[in-house]
Design a protein around this ligand. Structure first.
Ligand code: ADP
Ligand code: MG
Length: 150
């Protein structure tokens, strides 16, 4: 499905709907150029999941965990990684966590074979095109729910 965001608030609105659709153990892969809005989207997710801390780009720390009301957010930036360098990502896959990975295309871990896929394209200063897809039936069932609620 496609979602055209006209401003940051639109992106937060989409993030809110997706936050309420996801379950513990889910993985969301975010791809798109630098400045597309991947981290901004995760900020919106965090807000909805009851995280008070400011979510910042994990580029230099690679991975950050935030404790929400129901789930933890594990926020990964794979930009500086390659291949299976992030083998320990498996350690974070459990029912208490929802994992968000920026630049997942840099990874080869088989973890990323089952995920909700979000691609963000820059249109203009304030507009972005979100393309949301699924790798399998589990995540496909989310698409109609997201479409209905956004
Ligand atoms: P990325 O993590 O993809 O590199 P960021 O989220 O860090 O990107 O940066 C996106 C930038 O674009 C932010 O400064 C944000 O305020 C701005 N922006 C402008 N319009 C939008 C929009 N519609 N959705 C998301 N971000 C937007
Ligand atoms: Mg980022």
């Amino acid at each position: 499905m496609n979602f055209k965001s006209r401003n940051v608030d639109d992106t937060y609105r989409l993030a809110k709907v997706i936050a309420n659709t996801l379950n513990g153990g889910d993985i969301v892969l975010l791809n798109g150029d630098l400045g597309a809005g991947k981290t901004t989207f995760v900020k919106g997710i965090a807000k909805e999941m009851g995280i008070k801390e400011n979510v910042t780009s994990p580029t230099f720390t690679l991975l950050k965990t935030y404790h929400g009301n129901k789930y933890n957010i594990v926020h990964v930036d794979a930009y500086r990684l390659s291949g299976d360098e992030f083998g320990e990502l498996d350690d974070y896959l459990n029912d208490e966590n929802v994992i968000f990975i920026e630049w997942s295309s840099m990874l080869t871990s088989k973890l990323i074979n089952s995920a909700l896929l979000i691609d963000i394209k820059y249109i203009s200063k304030n507009q972005r095109m979100f393309t949301i897809s699924a790798t399998n039936a589990h995540y496909e069932s989310y698409l109609s729910e997201i479409m209905k609620n956004v």
